[in-house]
Design a protein around this ligand. Structure first.
Ligand code: NAD
Length: 257
């Protein structure tokens, strides 16, 4: 098992990438703290893991609130005695996120609070726990939009993900000699709640698919598999990366017919 004897904390674990990763990590032997704002979702994922013979604890927390993030790390250490892998994955894409003129300040602030400050808070309280465990792996979910611009703007979302990539790089350098690795994953468009809520018509979905060389949306488990590599000791010399998992979008100038 690739994560035997490791404990992982996964935010946004109630849905999409986080839920798929919680299941994948547990199947590889990790004890998993599944964290989300949505209590029903997080309890259902944790119960499913336990029913399959795994070890999981469900934690309800808002990643943008410092006291809640401090408590989620403490609860994980109380439940499993240590923290080895921190997956800062929770994020939102607000339906009213637009361009510089149309994005409301409240939408900008909420997006930054969850997508960027949430990752910082996870690191603020998670790094001491990883240090207590003798080191570990931090994985931050960014996006391919941190690397490319789009004509259909989600300015706050894009800026927040750019921040995640820059912060990841710097944290990787700061903590490299403490045996704490820090990497970002940059997923392409996935068939999860987050994106399908925004691409809510076939026309909108088709417009996005035109840009993906593979001609399909990615699946949450395909990001979970990338996270599994970064969480495991197989990636022991990998830190500070932008791990792009995007069906070829960022490689393309023109997509095939
Ligand atoms: P999702 O909507 O399926 O899941 C996100 C989860 O995060 C939800 O369960 C939600 O309740 C939770 N969440 C939201 N705000 C929270 C908060 N303040 N505190 C705790 N939990 C909170 O979305 P997903 O597609 O699995 O997205 C996961 C991550 O992947 C996000 O950071 C997203 O930006 C990123 N991402 C997604 C795509 C995509 O196409 N779906 C592409 C690139 C990056």
């Amino acid at each position: 098992m690739r994560l035997a004897s490791k404990t992982a904390l996964i935010t946004g674990g109630g849905s999409g990438i986080g839920a798929a990763t919680a299941r994948r990590f547990a199947a590889e032997g990790a004890r998993v703290a599944v964290v989300d704002l949505d209590g029903d979702a997080v309890h259902s994922v944790a119960s499913e893991i336990e029913a399959a013979g795994g070890a999981a604890v469900a934690i309800v927390a808002d990643v943008s609130v410092a006291s809640a993030v401090e408590a989620m790390v403490a609860t994980t250490e109380e439940a499993f005695g240590r923290l080895d892998v921190l997956f800062n994955n929770a994020g939102i894409m607000h339906v009213d996120d637009g361009d510089a003129e149309t994005t409301e300040e409240a939408v900008w602030d909420l997006t930054m609070d969850i997508n960027l400050k949430g990752v910082w808070l996870g690191c603020r309280y998670g790094i001491p726990a990883l240090r207590r465990a003798g080191g570990g792996s931090i994985i931050n979910t960014a996006s391919f939009v941190a690397l490319m611009g789009a004509a259909t703007p989600q300015l706050a979302y894009t800026a927040s993900k750019g921040g995640v990539v820059a912060m990841t790089r710097e944290l990787a350098v700061i903590h490299a000699r403490e045996n704490i690795r820090v990497n970002a994953i940059c997923p392409g468009p996935l068939r999860t709640e987050l994106l399908m809520r925004v691409l809510d018509t076939e026309a909108k979905r088709d417009r996005r698919l035109v840009h993906i060389p593979m001609g399909r949306f990615g699946e949450a488990v395909e990001i979970a598999n990338a996270a599994l590599y970064l969480a495991s000791d197989e990636s022991s010399f990998t830190t500070g990366t932008e791990f792009v998992v995007d069906g070829g979008i960022t490689a393309a100038y023109v997509t095939p017919e």
